[in-house]
Ligand binder design. Structure first.
Ligand code: URA
Length: 242
């Protein structure tokens, strides 16, 4: 069914208005993000967070990571495309059991086209090592695939444009567990406006996939006193997989 252009327009204006008012993702329900994202990606909005029909697949089919990447193409679906050097799709094992989802590429990621290769990425690598994992054994991506200017939080319409592709990546991987790193990824995926401190530390259900929010490594670099909580989350992940 083709998306209704007036609905797309209304959603886009609504989300842009929230962003102008500084309300950010917190005030934009993920349902809105999904409907707008689906419309921008040229398909009907899914009802479920991890749909079989996510970007990169036909209805009812499991997408492949390559299919999702091909659909994303030289993405111009939001304004972030204009400022990016490289689109950062994701990296790691295509059959990974664990998926890490951050917020958005930073400067180094934008330069190299790889997620989490800057200072926050170095800490993420150490966090993985603390529970006996390497980057090559997991899959790492972000809520949005292009760097926001000055590393600001992604805007609702930017997250909305990317969400169908993130859902496509999740549907392709079918991971046993997802770690959402930081507030924007956790809130967008869980359709929640709760702070990360309230979301983290317990398992949530994302359309049948267990999802554990935890602190973003960049936040931990600024607030090292919160590292113990993040390590507790990582240990919970380890226990879940064991
Ligand atoms: N922060 C993120 O959220 N993602 C990256 O890829 C790098 C820094």
């Amino acid at each position: 069914m083709p998306a209704d252009p007036s609905l797309i327009q209304e959603l886009a204006e609504n989300l842009a208005c929230r962003a102008r008012l500084g309300l950010g993702l917190v005030e934009a329900r993920a349902g809105d993000l999904r409907r707008l994202g689906a419309a921008l990606a040229g398909r009907t909005a899914p009802d479920q967070p991890v749909p079989a029909g996510a970007a990169g697949a036909g209805p009812g089919l499991r997408p492949s990571l390559e299919g999702v990447r091909a659909q994303l193409g030289d993405c111009q679906r939001c304004a972030l495309a204009q400022g990016r050097r490289k689109l950062v799709f994701g990296a790691g094992l295509a059959t990974a059991k664990i998926m890490f989802i951050g917020e958005a590429p930073g400067e180094k990621e934008d330069e190299q086209g790889e997620p989490f290769v800057g200072p926050a990425g170095h800490l993420l690598t150490r966090m993985l090592a603390a529970i006996g994992l390497t980057r090559e054994e997991v899959y790492i991506t972000n809520l949005v695939k292009c760097r926001p200017p000055h590393n600001r939080d992604p805007r609702p319409e930017e997250a909305a444009a990317c969400l169908p592709f993130l859902e496509g990546q999740i549907a392709a991987l079918r991971p046993q567990a997802i770690l959402a790193l930081g507030r924007p990824a956790a809130q967008a995926l869980l359709d929640s406006d709760a702070p990360i401190s309230a979301l983290r530390g317990r398992w949530h259900d994302l359309g049948g996939t267990p999802l554990l929010p935890t602190f973003h490594p960049a936040f931990l670099l600024r607030s090292p006193e919160r590292k113990a909580e993040a390590y507790a989350d990582l240990k919970a992940l380890r226990r879940r997989l064991a």
